[in-house]
Design a protein around this ligand. Structure first.
Ligand code: FAD
Length: 423
């Protein structure tokens, strides 16, 4: 690799949705972007593959054609199952977000988003594993070291580095930015099953109570989903929050198969229809790694713990923070290096707090409440029979409101997030 290809205006580490979104928006503003990714595309990522209207909005902002003709499966809302009730809630009609969600495997999605970044000029280097930051004499990040695909170590230099390296967050860790243990954390597992009966679904399906037939009718800790993939398969999974007594003490893989024994036989969610293993990963929530900007390094998406504590959604927030990081980087890099540039970069942390801080604070409280099975059962039993209340809950949990000119529900949610002190 020629030496001049190792210099850029911005280095982005990790080509998940956060890194590709950041790269796309940086490149669109004419900056030279190096997007370094350790894997080769297409590659799998453990995920539910569900995209709410929030994520769809970000895809549109990246110029992605989300029409069904090019393979996107649309959904019209969320089906919630719990408390003996099955409720179909359409996505709210809003000025700020499209009225549909999508489902797409991460195998396809992440590949498509990386290609979109390349299309507008970002330089993607796959097979490059970033091993650590390069620091100048003052301890400011001025690039990264990496394991190169051809073998050996290399150095990549830029005045700004964006860590979009996912939940492991090796790069921020190397700068001493550890996960905060006082923030919510989840673990989720998922598996694909061939299910002609369930693969074509125009709702994302969410289970508030999981039961097992093994040894009687047992209530399992955690929440589940069944998302039809439209290709003969379903993505089935469950998540457990660290506010639950079962967190870290349960075999989540066994729990998934236990739950599925209680689903109707015609859905075919059995071992012989399973594709691959049950795979799992952590969900870093509610800003569990801060500060989001320090010493030449910005954190985007899971690297900065940005999963929504209310619903476990992370793709939209990775892409939104990627776009915000890009906007701020463009302004900062137009200034000479020094205090003025640092002031501009510091806005990234401040703006993230302003946008999500109050909402995540409420989410952190929510996680504590639903970690108590007794309280959760009361909420499910009393909430589910009331569709209007549940429409409100959907707006709150999916963070889908209009900031201005919305309805009464929007105004209540917006007011609550404004009065909650930012995390
Ligand atoms: C089981 C499960 C189900 C989920 N379901 C959903 C869902 O349905 N909808 C939703 O919105 N969210 C869901 N999430 C959350 C979602 O997957 C994440 O929030 C999202 O992927 C975050 O995107 P990201 O770009 O920040 O990080 P990632 O998608 O994790 O991307 C990080 C990238 O960085 C690369 N990388 C890491 N380290 C290095 C390195 N050292 N050098 C170079 N490259 C590196 C990785 O290979 C990867 O490509 C789920 C999570 C789990 C675990």
């Amino acid at each position: 690799m020629p030496d001049n290809e190792r210099h850029a205006d911005v280095i982005v580490v990790g080509a998940g949705p956060g890194g590709s979104a950041a790269s796309y928006h940086l490149a669109r503003h004419g900056l030279r972007v190096l997007l370094l990714e350790k894997t080769e595309f297409p590659r799998e990522k453990v995920c539910g593959d569900g995209l709410t209207p929030r994520a769809v909005k970000q895809l549109i902002r990246m110029g992605v054609d989300t029409s069904p003709e090019v393979g996107w499966l649309r959904n019209r809302g969320l089906r919630v199952i719990g408390g003996g009730v099955r409720l179909e809630l359409d996505w709210p009609e809003l000025a700020s977000f499209p009225g549909y969600g999508l489902v797409r495997t991460r195998l396809d999605l992440d590949d498509a988003l990386a290609k979109q970044a390349v299309k507008v000029g970002a330089e993607l280097r796959t097979g490059v594993t970033v091993t650590g930051p390069l620091l100048d004499g003052a301890g400011r990040v001025e690039g990264v070291t990496a394991q190169l695909p051809e073998g050996g170590q290399g150095e990549f230099r830029a005045p700004l580095v964006i860590a979009a390296d996912g939940v492991s967050g090796r790069l921020p860790l190397a700068l001493g930015l550890a996960k905060r243990t006082d923030r919510p954390m989840g673990v989720a597992v998922r598996r694909y099953y061939a299910s002609p009966a369930r693969h074509d679904d125009d709702y994302l399906e969410s289970w508030l109570e999981l039961r097992s037939r093994e040894g009687g009718d047992n209530l399992l800790p955690g929440y589940g989903w069944i998302f039809g993939m439209g290709d003969g398969r379903v993505n089935v999974g469950l998540g457990v929050l660290n506010s639950s007594a079962a967190f870290g003490r349960t075999n989540y893989r066994t729990m998934l198969t236990d739950w599925l024994t209680s689903t109707p036989a015609e859905w075919g969610l059995t071992e012989e229809n399973a594709e691959g293993k049950v795979l799992g990963a952590a969900l870093p929530m509610g800003f569990n790694r801060v500060p989001h900007y320090t010493r030449g390094l910005m954190l985007v998406g899971d690297s900065g713990g940005m999963v929504n504590p209310f619903n476990g959604e992370g793709i939209a927030y990775a892409m939104e923070s990627g776009e915000l990081a890009a906007e701020i980087a463009v302004q900062a890099l137009a200034r000479p290096a020094g205090p003025g540039r640092e002031r501009a970069l510091g806005q990234y942390s401040a703006e993230l707090r302003a946008r999500y801080g109050g909402y995540y604070r409420l989410g952190n409280v929510f996680v504590k409440v639903i970690g108590n099975p007794h309280l959760m059962r009361i909420a499910t039993r009393h909430g589910m029979p009331h569709p209007t209340l549940m429409r409100f809950v959907l707006k709150l949990l999916a963070n889908l409101t209009d900031p201005r000119g919305g309805d009464a529900m929007d105004r209540i949610i917006n007011a609550l997030t404004r009065v909650a002190p930012a995390v």
